[in-house]
Design a protein around this ligand. Structure first.
Ligand SMILES: [Zn+2]
Length: 457
């Protein structure tokens, strides 16, 4: 059975706001979003191509059986008490911005249609009708509007402190300190469960090795295609890491390369890096790869050297790639601090690439503090025990988050042999999107973890 209750601002003023209104919702009820426009909106529990509104709070569950609402502060605030005993509070203006009616939101794209400048930020609610699994709302003020929002959507988008803390904790990553997990190419190609487990590990630890990859040129793209489109860069879709007489990048030589991230001079450096070992002849000496979790290193560095840490957050470094004598002449410069924090002080970005540094351009009084901090962190990366060494074997592909796991390479001597890798990149947001989608698809109720794309979440 369904019950419809009316709440009015007048009743709040009459002192009725302390009353709780019990709303009984049955599992099969549909949200009649278009009631004001005589159109039906249906909650889709399962996935389909035209279901952009995915709820992690399952409206069909029995926990949705009872929800109670209060209209408070003369219509400026709605308090919702959920069956799990949690409480959400939504501001009238927030609700107005998130109206789901067909005038405000496009049904299939889920995109906002309304011109937000027409919304009165001081508008208050004077009426709430609950019908089935939706709340109907009436705003008054300079703009009068009647709209509707699904209860499940409100639950999913609650912004209470406890909800925000919970989500933030869910996004915490595990430090990468030990062995690199391995998965078989065959497994992740044939099983969605294996693919999900592989992507979750990559998201959490930042690095995974795929084994049994066919030793054919461009096989690396077959792994990428399981995740997202390859990200094209100045090094092409697929690049060959093999020593050449006049390399356009130090990677294309036999030289030692210190810990760095690739393409740091881009506004959005590549997210995942894939390196597939096609040949590594036994006579080649050296050439091992080294990896380090820059987020964990930054965290430990902050504990030990807080003053230097603050300098790396505050003073911007400069990075560059200037090279004209190549197929695509390149002139890129980018200035930003080595470490970025969110408002809670959590590390959300680390940019470290000594081979691609440009001359420092900062205020005179910042030069010495910058170099003091820079050398301390550089030393810290080499002396902390977070480094992991791995020598790739033919048929293996290492896949790591270039925004988080710094990589290095030991010098090598060919001795007449060949060391040949092929690599490609995947955009970090597209990788995160894949993880997030698979989590919702599997109804895990979880979120993708931080990926180092400087998102505040
Ligand atoms: Zn609306």
């Amino acid at each position: 059975m369904s019950a419809v209750f009316q709440f009015s601002a007048r009743s709040v003023l009459l002192g009725l706001s302390l009353s709780r209104y019990r709303l009984l919702l049955t599992t099969s009820q549909q949200c009649n979003i278009g009631i004001l426009q005589q159109k039906k909106y249906s909650h889709k529990r399962n996935f389909s191509k035209d279901s952009p509104r995915l709820s992690t709070w399952d409206i069909s569950s029995e926990k949705c059986a009872e929800v109670s609402l209060d209209l408070l502060q003369e219509g400026r605030l709605v308090e919702v008490s959920w069956p799990d005993n949690s409480v959400s509070r939504f501001h009238s203006v927030w609700l107005r911005h998130n109206c789901h009616c067909s005038l405000c939101k496009q049904k299939y794209s889920g995109q906002i249609l309304i011109d937000s400048s027409s919304i009165d930020p001081q508008s208050v609610l004077d009426n709430i009708n609950v019908l089935d699994s939706c709340v109907e709302l009436s705003w008054r003020g300079k703009e009068i509007h009647k709209g509707v929002i699904p209860l499940s959507w409100l639950k999913d988008n609650c912004y209470s402190e406890s909800s925000r803390i919970k989500e933030s904790q869910e996004r915490n990553i595990s430090p990468f300190v030990g062995n690199i997990p391995q998965v078989s190419f065959k497994d992740i190609s044939n099983s969605e469960d294996s693919l999900f487990s592989f992507l979750s590990s990559t998201n959490d630890l930042g690095i995974v090795i795929v084994t049994d990859v066919p030793s054919e040129s461009k096989s690396v793209s077959k792994i990428a295609e399981l995740i997202a489109p390859i990200q094209n860069t100045i090094y092409s879709m697929i690049f060959d890491v093999v020593s050449k007489p006049q390399p356009i990048n130090v990677a294309y030589s036999t030289a030692k390369i210190p810990f760095h991230m690739d393409l740091v001079y881009y506004e959005s450096p590549p997210g995942l890096q894939l390196l597939h070992c096609l040949r590594f002849d036994p006579e080649v000496e050296g050439g091992e790869n080294m990896f380090i979790d820059s987020f964990q290193a930054a965290k430990l560095f902050q504990e030990e050297f807080p003053h230097h840490f603050d300098s790396l957050v505050r003073i911007p470094a400069s990075f560059q790639k200037i090279h004209y004598d190549r197929d695509w002449p390149v002139h890129m410069k980018y200035k930003r601090p080595h470490i970025t924090l969110n408002p809670q002080g959590q590390v959300i970005g680390v940019f470290w690439a000594p081979p691609f540094e440009a001359p420092l351009q900062v205020a005179e009084e910042d030069v010495q503090p910058y170099y003091d901090a820079y050398h301390k962190f550089s030393q810290f990366l080499h002396e902390c025990n977070l480094q992991v060494e791995y020598k790739l074997k033919v048929g293996e592909c290492v896949l790591f988050n270039n925004r988080r796991i710094l990589h290095a390479r030991k010098e090598f001597i060919l001795n007449g042999g060949t060391r040949y890798f092929q690599g490609c990149y995947i955009n970090i947001d597209e990788f995160k999107s894949k993880v997030e989608f698979m989590m919702v698809q599997r109804k895990t109720g979880k979120h993708a973890k931080r990926v180092g794309n400087q998102c505040f979440l």
